[in-house]
Design a protein around this ligand. Structure first.
Ligand code: FAD
Length: 446
């Protein structure tokens, strides 16, 4: 007999788990299906899990600032549920946004003021007092180490930074998804692992359910694509959905480096999350007293668009598979080495490679689709882990409103934030039908 659910969610990562949690709380009978062995073991496991409020749009800032409030009280969010694996921890280091030509920080500051984000303005001296290993010289524009001018001595100084005390990172992003799964199960949600969705069935432009690789069929009136870097493949399984999206998604390979902290500096316990557009890097503390160094996708770096199946199977060519490359190791570590002259960069790369589910304008798609009952929370573009609890609630309310008859494409759902009083997000901002949003930074900064 075919089993029937109210909603089937494809994916049990950072995005799929809070959606089922919130739908279950609203009384929906949900099932998450995932081809991995456990929650959060897709690209979420490779996330840097940084929680910061700076985005290039006001809605982006508001959503991220709202998200921060959930991380600051994770136990409350989970409703007191226990997890046999333990709970993930929010490391509230504070977040330093360096004022540089690599970031439109004035725009960010305007958005902070409009949204009411708590922040301080720091001088160069303040930054050095808090992070004594850094210098505050300007190295702009971002270059690759092969560039003959890479090591030229700097001549200018930067202009200080904007410090957001509520920022930080989550110590174990896969565990946070596992926690959310346990919280969802508390409301009756079901999860199925090691199963691959191969088809999305529909009739008369209405979704019917999914078919798994072994041929079994599961029925639901609602199916939600939370497939992460596979999102475009999942959309292609559903009649007319991919074609109906003005904004598309694809998988972008991204390398994150773990480089030892300079001797004598306890970065793990004393450090901050920093966004440093001047050298095209973001960094935060990592276990073992390492600097975790991500790239802000400067123009001089190649963009590696890959087939997610090839990437995860490890079959891709060097630079397209899930192994770090020496060239990018050098680029990211040497760039940080300009900011921190005492940084010792080992020969052997260490870190993580994973995929962004990147949209055309680096802003996600949280929307319905052209197929009735089929929804998507995709295109998270390397910057939506922090927003996951907000996305869960926002998507659940959107689904509920559309299922009850809202014409969301013409009268976009207005989501009322729960922590930032009196502020609504017009969900048309995240529409699949939008034109490319040129306010975006077109980078991981969103
Ligand atoms: C290297 C890296 C660093 C990042 N750093 C940050 C950061 O610092 N801060 C931040 O806010 N964001 C960050 N992000 C982004 C953030 O981690 C992602 O936006 C988020 O984790 C995406 O979650 P997801 O649930 O959409 O995807 P995933 O975690 O990939 O989950 C999708 C799931 O769908 C499953 N699936 C796909 N297709 C099928 C199918 N056909 N059948 C069954 N299951 C299927 C997969 O197995 C997978 O488990 C980063 C991302 C990466 C890759």
């Amino acid at each position: 007999m075919t089993k029937k659910y109210d909603a089937i969610i494809i994916g049990a990562g950072a995005i799929g788990t809070p959606i089922s949690y919130e739908l279950s709380k609203m009384g929906y009978k949900t099932l998450n299906v995932d081809k991995r062995h456990d929650a959060g073991e897709g690209s979420t496991a490779g996330s840097c899990a940084i929680v910061r409020a700076h985005y290039s749009t006001e809605d982006g800032v508001a959503t991220a600032y709202e998200g921060m409030k959930y991380w600051l009280d994770w136990e409350k969010y989970l409703g007191g549920v226990k997890d046999e694996k333990g709970l993930s921890k929010y490391m509230n280091t504070g977040s330093i946004l360096i004022k540089s030509q690599g970031h439109d920080w004035r725009k960010v500051q305007r958005h902070y003021d409009a949204v009411g984000v708590e922040y301080e303005e720091w001088t160069n001296e303040d930054v050095i007092r808090h992070v004594p290993v850094v210098n505050m010289y300007e190295y702009w524009p971002v270059k690759r180490p092969e560039d003959p001018t890479f090591f030229d001595p700097p001549t200018n100084e930067l202009e200080g930074a904007i410090f957001c005390p509520e920022g930080g990172y989550v110590n174990d992003p896969a565990l946070s998804s596992h926690n959310t799964m346990r919280a969802a199960e508390n409301y009756g949600a079901e999860f199925m692992f090691n199963v691959k969705v191969v088809d999305i069935r529909s009739e008369n432009n209405k979704v019917q359910g999914i078919t798994l690789e072994d041929g079994s069929r599961l029925d639901a009136d609602i199916v939600i694509n939370c497939g992460g870097p596979h999102s475009f493949k999942v959309n292609q399984m559903a009649d007319g959905v991919f074609e109906g999206c003005n904004i598309k998604t694809k998988a972008l390979r991204h390398e994150v480096m773990h480089c030892p902290s300079p001797q004598g500096y306890d970065y793990l316990n004393d450090g901050y999350h920093m966004s440093d557009g001047d050298i095209g890097c973001y960094y935060r503390p990592e276990v073992g007293n390492y600097f975790l160094i991500g790239s802000e996708d400067p123009d001089c770096d190649p963009q590696e668009w890959v087939d997610p199946d090839e990437f995860y199977s490890g079959k891709g060519e060097p630079g397209r598979n899930n192994q770090l490359t020496k060239a990018q190791w050098k680029a990211q570590c040497y760039r940080l080495g300009r900011r921190i002259e005492s940084l010792q960069v080992p020969e052997q790369p260490k870190g993580v490679v994973d995929l962004y589910d990147c949209s055309d304008d680096w802003i996600p798609i949280y929307d319905k689709s052209d197929l009735d009952g089929f929804y998507m929370a995709v295109g998270t573009s390397g910057n939506q882990y922090k927003n996951a609890p907000v996305v869960g609630r926002m998507m659940a309310e959107l689904v509920d409103a559309v299922e009850k008859g809202l014409d969301h494409d013409n009268q976009p759902f207005q989501y009322e934030l729960k922590y930032i009083a009196g502020r609504k997000i017009d969900m048309g901002f995240y529409s699949r039908k939008r034109e490319i949003n040129y306010d975006s930074s077109f980078s991981v900064n969103g």
